[in-house]
Write a protein that binds this ligand. Structure first.
Ligand SMILES: Nc1nc2c(ncn2[C@@H]2O[C@H](COP(=O)(O)OP(=O)(O)OP(=O)(O)O)[C@@H](O)[C@H]2O)c(=O)[nH]1
Ligand SMILES: [Mg+2]
Length: 399
């Protein structure tokens, strides 16, 4: 079996049902938000979601993740509606995936596989493609047995299993291990070239836009640098790092825009995107962009914080930019309503005050789309860069 067929066999059809668990870690409302995001991921992969199934379970079933009865209910729906894919919000173990496929009789994906699929479809440059391939093969390696059984069933083979099948898996594993080693070598080469490129850029302060996916990083990059980086209302529009020279009031600096983060970003991806994220790791200043119109923006801030920590990029001056204020909806609360206030019950002014007092760094509220408060953002950026410049290159005259 050629290695490409593994990747090809991962291709997904175009209708899906989603599944997730309700327990002490995530209540019904939280799960709804997570499944909203999963549906957005599916849409980004051109998959239409037909229905969601949820189950209350303290912890996932070791063998089948959901309970047997629930899975049979899902299987019946899948059969009746000719659904091609069943997508889980959580990561499934290789054996869970295999057991679920047996019952659901369709392709089963977990969140990780779906994200990998999107990255694979979106990768444009050789660099991004190599990184995604590495992550895909690493994801695939422990899952070969399950996949083989799946393919075998598709072929309609029955009596051919046995020694030859097991041998086949062993040789497939070897092929994949070799492929992983080759891709790592290739990435090392690319890393070296990129490090040299970075060194040759001269004495300029480096600023990186970071944030959850789809918050408006590329839109801000385009606005500040007057360039045309691909931006659209889909998750992971950007996979590579773009660096532009920008000048604010005679002060030149380098601005980079890179891949967005997401809840439970697969570890394989974080690892293999190490060199794409080097730009963030080596930046002097971070601009953390947040979509304040998103119901989950506070959790997004936490995810970005955790991911930055994971890649060793947290200890830097950071400017927090709350974007999309035009889309923020304030819902005033009745005076006699004594339930705790929700995010949407606060006005933008109140939210701004509360974040300013919580953090030690500047907080700016903007709309990149409607160009609101952009001058304020440029001024704060200018002050930060000037400070960093004086500290880093004290011998250089700025004016
Ligand atoms: N309403 C509103 N939409 C915005 C604003 N800024 C950006 N957008 C939209 O948000 C969507 C995502 O913007 P991008 O700039 O691609 O976001 P990103 O953070 O680069 O996303 P990824 O590269 O996918 O991680 C696009 O449809 C933008 O037009 C804003 O201030 N208000
Ligand atoms: Mg982008």
């Amino acid at each position: 079996m050629a290695t490409t067929s593994f990747i090809e066999s991962q291709k997904i059809g175009n209708t899906a049902v989603l599944a997730g668990l309700i327990n002490f870690k995530q209540d019904e409302e939280k799960l709804k938000e997570y499944l909203d995001e999963l549906e957005f991921l599916a849409t980004t992969a051109n998959i239409t979601t037909l229905k969601r199934f949820t189950q209350k379970l303290e912890k996932p079933d070791a063998k089948t993740f959901l309970g047997k009865g629930k899975l049979e209910e899902i299987a019946a729906y899948i059969k009746e509606n000719n659904v091609s894919t069943l997508i889980f919000d959580d990561e499934l173990s290789p054996s869970q995936q295999k057991n679920i496929e047996k019952i659901a009789k369709c392709k089963v994906l977990d969140r990780t596989a779906l994200i990998l699929e999107i990255f694979a479809a979106r990768a444009q440059t050789a660099h991004a493609k190599t990184q995604v391939q590495l992550a895909q093969y690493q994801y695939l390696l422990p899952r070969l047995t399950g996949l083989w059984t799946h393919l075998e069933r598709q072929r309609g083979a029955t009596g051919t299993r046995g020694g030859s099948g097991e041998l086949q898996i062993e040789s497939d594993r070897r092929i994949i291990r070799d492929k992983i080693a080759q891709l790592k070598e290739k990435l090392k080469e690319i890393d070296k070239q990129m490090a040299t490129q970075r060194k040759n850029r001269g004495e300029l302060i480096r600023v990186s836009l970071v944030g959850y996916t789809n918050v408006g990083k590329s839109t801000i990059m385009n606005m500040l640098s007057k360039s045309e980086v691909f931006a659209e209302n889909k998750l992971f529009a950007t996979l590579d790092t773009t660096v532009r020279k920008v000048v604010i009031q005679n002060l030149p600096f380098l601005l980079s825009d890179t891949v967005g983060f997401i809840r439970k970003l697969p570890t394989q991806l974080v690892e293999s995107f190490k060199s794409t994220l080097d730009e963030v790791r080596e930046a002097d200043i971070l601009i953390h962009v947040v979509d304040i119109s998103h119901p989950n923006f506070e959790e997004h801030i936490q995810v970005v914080h955790d991911t930055l920590k994971e890649i060793n990029a947290l200890n830097k001056p950071m400017i927090l930019v709350f974007n999309k204020i035009d889309a923020f909806k304030h819902v005033p609360k009745d005076e006699d309503d004594l339930t705790p206030k929700h995010r949407e019950n606060y006005t933008l002014e109140e939210l701004k005050k509360s974040w300013m007092s919580r953090l030690n760094s500047p907080v700016i509220f903007i709309s990149a789309l409607h160009k609101e408060n952009i001058e304020e953002m440029r001024q704060i950026l200018y002050d930060f860069i000037k400070n960093a410049h004086i500290q880093r290159y004290p011998h250089q005259l700025l004016y």
